[in-house]
Design a protein. Structure first.
Length: 652
């Protein structure tokens, strides 16, 4: 090509971009080519509006869906003109987590940045990533400004094909008006269904169609945006991003995001695959967060804990009781004891400080409960405001670190508004300086903090065992347990406080356990949590038969691998997790009827002998079976609401 022809071609290309007469379509494909993200500037009346479409193996995963923001009352995404198309960049970042479904992992994807300009000459962009198991995108406003800007509305929609089923937890909206992510899922409902209230749905959303499985969720909260949820207000009832509810308690702040520029929004995440295991195993939420800010992570250790509050809440103020739970953890080879609310008033022979001293001598780490103090005024008890005030927080963290306390459980955040979202990373960052591990309770859904702040070992955001003091919730426990491995637990460690064999007594009324003891044992594997807090009373664990007791002594809280061997949401789940040379298998029946479950063991378990711990004659009895499957196929008979567990050593 001659110089003149080259210059002419370059001028033509520039003219096309600058005059917005390009093809108005841009595409990004995942590293293995199975996932495609397509952006289009589509005609709508006399305007053009940005839309996106997602494909998995050429099948539609997300129909054409609207993109855009309204920033300072200016709509971004309407009549957009492309001004810059970045080079496709492949990201390949190996990294390690300290807790989770797979500790050694790789952030591997392709990334494309598109920059647009509207008639107001304000530039804005779309950052797109394509993974082999899904896609993610976020908006960027690259301009610089120290003025505070407002996103009045996020126009992002998710037009999920309607030929399938959905499992989604309604956004919390009860008499307390606070999103704790503690609702039961609406299971197997029609896609596009609306909840019973007008506050929308919570992330994550799980879908099944003829083309496979998909999940939609959110990642990365850095304090410049509220946590969001979903409603059905998009075109043709498409799911659409929704900001926190104005009535949410604690802070009166407006629900709309506010920030200086430049500004990047959270990631919108779409996980897709042919089978449910793709969703179960994904680590996209973690991948989409920045790398760890901790130089030396050697002090960050996952582990198991005993906890007295679930069965005997008043025991928190008893020195002798807490000493007994320290002894229990030592007997069970568990690393920690959690002392819940009220430890400041401990009597009966000693104080919290005395318990910590005793526990340190026994090699057991103590965790302490704190109120977040989020949005509380001076009329709130001073002991409950320690974590919200930066000076008091750091002083308290130093004090308990010097005592030898290993972690804190911070509770009652009460809202998803932006002002409170700033508190999470602030607590995590300060805790790193004082080498404290974190459990967020009464908190927002995980969005991947654990990669940047690996001292975060778990988050509640689940209707867990502490709610089992009411009989209707006991009655629903099995189906709930068989749902959350495919919804809530997919996006991060889950502090369910499981493995409760006792009947919980609340205000003198007994709520009777409906799940079998083998079902409860299996939850130690089915549910993943880097801080796995076993909630039952000390006598319940001490009184276990030898094999189940040994199982709980051995089962770890962090994993080298995790696999879904079989399952279906709200029906049953069989989960395998590997630590070192051992696989741990847990299976639960979500239905109140006897059944036989068939599955295939992991390859390196084939031909290995092991003992299967399963249901006995009734819900309160275990049974044991010696097993060796040469081809790896296993059939297990379960009682209604039953379960099973096994440890398989795979040393050569």
């Amino acid at each position: 090509m001659g110089k003149r022809s080259y210059v002419f071609s370059l001028i033509v290309i520039l003219w096309i971009f600058q005059s917005c007469k390009s093809t108005d379509s841009w595409e990004l494909t995942s590293p293995d080519g199975s996932v495609r993200f397509v952006v289009e500037n589509k005609k709508s009346g006399g305007d053009k509006i940005l839309h996106y479409t997602v494909y998995f193996q050429d099948s539609l995963v997300i129909n054409s869906s609207r993109l855009g923001l309204i920033l300072d009352d200016i709509e971004l995404g309407r009549n957009a003109c492309i001004v810059s198309i970045g080079n496709v960049k492949e990201i390949n970042e190996p990294y390690e987590l300290k807790a989770g479904k797979r500790l050694r992992t790789v952030n591997n994807c392709k990334e494309l940045i598109l920059i647009f300009e509207g008639k107001e000459k304000l530039q804005y962009g779309l950052i797109i990533r394509a993974y082999d198991d899904g896609v993610a995108f976020r908006y960027t406003i690259p301009s610089e400004s120290n003025d505070l800007h407002i996103i009045n509305e996020e126009l992002t929609e998710f037009a999920v094909p309607a030929d399938g089923k959905a499992w989604i937890h309604p956004y919390d909206w009860n008499s307390r008006y606070k999103p704790s992510y503690e609702q039961y899922a609406e299971s197997g409902i029609e896609i596009g269904s609306e909840p019973d209230h007008d506050k929308g749905w919570a992330f994550p959303m799980l879908f099944q169609s003829a083309n496979g499985w998909m999940m939609v969720t959110e990642a990365l909260l850095d304090g410049t945006y509220p946590a969001t949820h979903i409603d059905n207000s998009g075109k043709d009832r498409a799911y659409k991003i929704r900001f926190p509810e104005p009535e949410e308690p604690v802070v009166p702040d407006p629900v709309e995001p506010r920030s200086v520029l430049p500004w990047k929004t959270p990631w919108r995440v779409i996980i897709a695959g042919k089978d449910l295991n793709t969703v179960f195993k994904t680590q996209m939420v973690s991948h989409l967060n920045p790398p760890s800010v901790v130089a030396d992570e050697s002090w960050i250790k996952s582990g198991r804990s005993s906890w007295s509050w679930w069965y005997e809440g008043a025991s928190v103020t008893s020195y002798k009781k807490q000493i007994d739970y320290v002894d229990l953890s030592r007997e069970m080879n568990w690393e920690y004891v959690l002392i819940d609310a009220g430890w400041q008033r401990m009597t009966d022979g000693g104080t919290m400080e005395d318990v910590v001293k005793y526990a340190n001598e026994k090699g057991i780490g103590i965790w302490l409960w704190y109120h977040s103090g989020a949005g509380r005024g001076d009329n709130f008890p001073a002991e409950h405001r320690l974590m919200s005030d930066p000076v008091q927080r750091r002083n308290e963290m130093k004090r308990i670190h010097d005592l030898g306390v290993k972690g804190i459980k911070v509770d009652f955040f009460d809202t998803d508004k932006q002002e409170i979202m700033k508190l999470y990373p602030a607590i995590l960052q300060d805790a790193i300086e004082y080498k404290l591990l974190i459990n967020f309770h009464g908190a927002t859904l995980p969005r991947g903090f654990e990669r940047t702040y690996p001292n975060l070992l778990t988050t509640e955001a689940i209707r867990g065992a502490e709610t089992l003091g009411q009989q209707p919730r006991c009655d629903l426990a099995a189906v709930h347990n068989a749902t959350v491995p495919f919804t809530r637990n997919v996006v991060g460690s889950m502090d369910y406080t499981p493995v409760t064999f006792s009947n919980k007594i609340r205000q003198g009324v007994v709520a009777y356990r409906r799940t079998t003891v083998a079902h409860q044992l299996a939850l130690s594997v089915v549910f993943e949590s880097g801080f796995q807090c076993f909630a039952d009373r000390a006598e319940a664990y001490r009184g276990l038969p030898d094999l189940p007791k040994q199982y709980l002594k051995d089962v770890p809280a962090a994993w080298d691998e995790s696999e879904l061997l079989a399952g279906y949401p709200s029906d049953f789940a069989v989960v395998a997790r590997k630590s070192g040379a051992c696989w741990y298998i847990g299976g639960i029946n979500g239905l109140d009827e006897e059944r036989v479950i068939e599955f295939i063991l992991p390859d390196d378990c084939k031909g290995r002998p092991f003992t299967l711990i399963t249901d006995g004659a009734d819900k309160d009895a275990f049974a044991y079976e010696e097993v060796k499957s040469e081809d790896g196929t296993l059939k297990v008979k379960l009682l209604g609401n039953g379960g099973f567990a096994a440890k398989i050593a795979c040393d050569n």
